[in-house]
Design a protein around this ligand. Sequence first.
Ligand code: NDP
Length: 291
Amino acid sequence: MVQLLDGKALALQIKEEIANEVRQRTAEGLRAPHLAAVLVGDDGASQTYVASKEKASHEVGFTSSVYRYPANTTEEQLLDAIKFLNEDPEIDGYIVQLPLPKQINEQHIIDAISPDKDVDGFTSINVGRMILSEDAFVSATPMGICTLLKRYGIETQGKHCVVVGRSNIVGTPVANLLSRKGFDCTVTLCHSKTQNLAEITRQADILIVAIGKPEFITADMVKEGAVLVDVGIHRIPDDTKKSGYRIIGDVKHSEVDSKCSWSTPVPGGVGPLTIVSLLQNTLKANKKNIR
Ligand code: NDP
């Protein structure tokens, strides 16, 4: 029978561990970690994400602040804000919530973030360090997936891991991390030009799906006993819900889960671990700054 990779429960446990460490450090007179967020414009989803990061920060005893800018902010203005955050010794780490308005080049902004404060792990420097297995801030979602597999004791050594989706923030880094010493998976990375996708996914001992297409992965694409990680998040209208919508993933769980040994629910799988990874990175930055 399928067992749940319960990201929500694990996130609560790790948040408790972080909160304990913060309590210990502040009791010793050390400054609490400070996570800041930059929010440009009034995109609803971005506001929700930033609010949940703020809430999680408070839950573990961090200081948190949000720098809000209007949608017509120019790249130069935002670069000035980044410079200010880079230089503020009271801020350990910060994130720039994406997407940014069209007039701003996202890569210019990301690469202006000090690598030492880049707790999202998006700068070229941190991505490079990660690939070279150097000490780096690893981006939150791939790090969360690795934490989930590790903490649930999923055997990875020598296993065939198929990652579907090659984005810079999920598929490519998680494929890299799981192929490394320590995880030791044999990794196949698939994308929209992959031929015979189902044939490949059916070979996966561990199947990680991050394609952004609702319920794309069906039962015929999954091997019996596979470990399934569904990264996708989609809001679809649902009149039976008070909110008017429900959340589904990239996998058709109603038919796939019964074939799996382990599976992440959506919601409550990868998502909560993403925020926890950001907190872990911020604590790490704080510990480097304040010893
Ligand atoms: P992107 O849109 O950046 O990347 C999607 C990837 O999927 C691309 O590499 C694309 O290939 C590939 N792809 C698209 N269609 C197919 C197909 N038919 N067959 C095989 N591969 C395909 O998505 P993200 O990585 O940013 O996000 C993926 C999903 O994960 C989304 O639903 C997003 O909302 C969710 N997400 C969830 C997070 C969480 O915390 N749980 C965090 C981040 C994202 P190609 O490169 O060839 O175009």
